[in-house]
Write a protein that binds this ligand. Sequence first.
Ligand code: NAI
Length: 326
Amino acid sequence: MKTPVRVTVTGAAGQIGYALLFRIASGAMLGEDQPVILQLLDITPAMDALQGVKMELEDCAFPLLNDIVCTDDPNVGFKDTDYALLVGARPRGPGMERKDLLEANAAIFSVQGKAINDNASKNIKVLVVGNPANTNALIAQRNAPDIDPRNFTAMTRLDHNRAMTQIAQKTGKTVNDVTNMTIWGNHSATQYPDLFNCKVSGESAISLVDQEWYEGEFIPVVQQRGAAIIKARGASSAASAANAAIDHMRSWALGTEGDDWVSMGVYSDGSYGITEGLIYSFPCRCQNGDWSIVQGVEIGEFSQAKMAATEQELSEERDAVQHLLP
Ligand code: NAI
């Protein structure tokens, strides 16, 4: 058996947490031969609920689950941790502007970034799920100067998975036939799901559909899927979000398949002309626990404009919290 690794989950008492923790403990995220210690962080009023989740985890008798720590102290939650899934975030309240939401979350993610910097393994892999995910990841990263900025990522895998199913259904195939999907940019309504580089059974996806469906249905359906789920379910997506978080971390830790790639919000190195330092979703391949942005992906005029629009939104989000960035 391997040595156990430490996995921190914030917002662990929330609905994504409830769909996520049992799968991490079962080995779905890091492999069926990797024991884990779960370090669960939430806020003080959620400690009773968190104890209940801990009891249920214990009652599963997962062979890979070595220990469970529950805490409301970020310094304890991130102590020596190898993986962190930052799920807990401040939801938008009534009358709250986007700027207020950004600021409220900036406060949370700056504290957590510092706690990661001071307590976690220097090789930590961080995934931010809590919204606005890309900018929250940027804030945490900027507050952790001793950690490689490449170790901070944001989740667009849910959008990626949603787009895979939409194109599979449209073409009468299954997701097993779909490869090379890309979500570019922000995890928000400006994200750009790219069918020009996507393949269905090895054929260019864009050649299988008409432009009207692509622009009028596919793109808006993927962009607005979160809102559609809230409308239908009366609560935001949780199981699918947790599943995407598992997929993201598993790809990063254990690698991507062959020539295929996945979408990850990562620290921009200026690839495709995207402003350096923004956390922007790119096509990424993973190997040996590291990711790299896939180079040479074809970008036409249509894609260029969409990629610039979502970049612009990310720059504006960054500027709105500039005064809070070290
Ligand atoms: P939830 O409200 O059920 O749970 C959030 C949990 O975070 C609560 O237990 C709360 O006490 C905790 N929390 C709040 N502030 C905290 C702090 N400072 N430290 C630690 N814990 C804290 O929300 P849910 O449904 O689990 O969603 C969590 C986040 O994930 C939301 O921001 C949501 O918008 C986002 N999300 C992101 C998706 C993506 O694709 N990137 C998809 C779906 C949701």
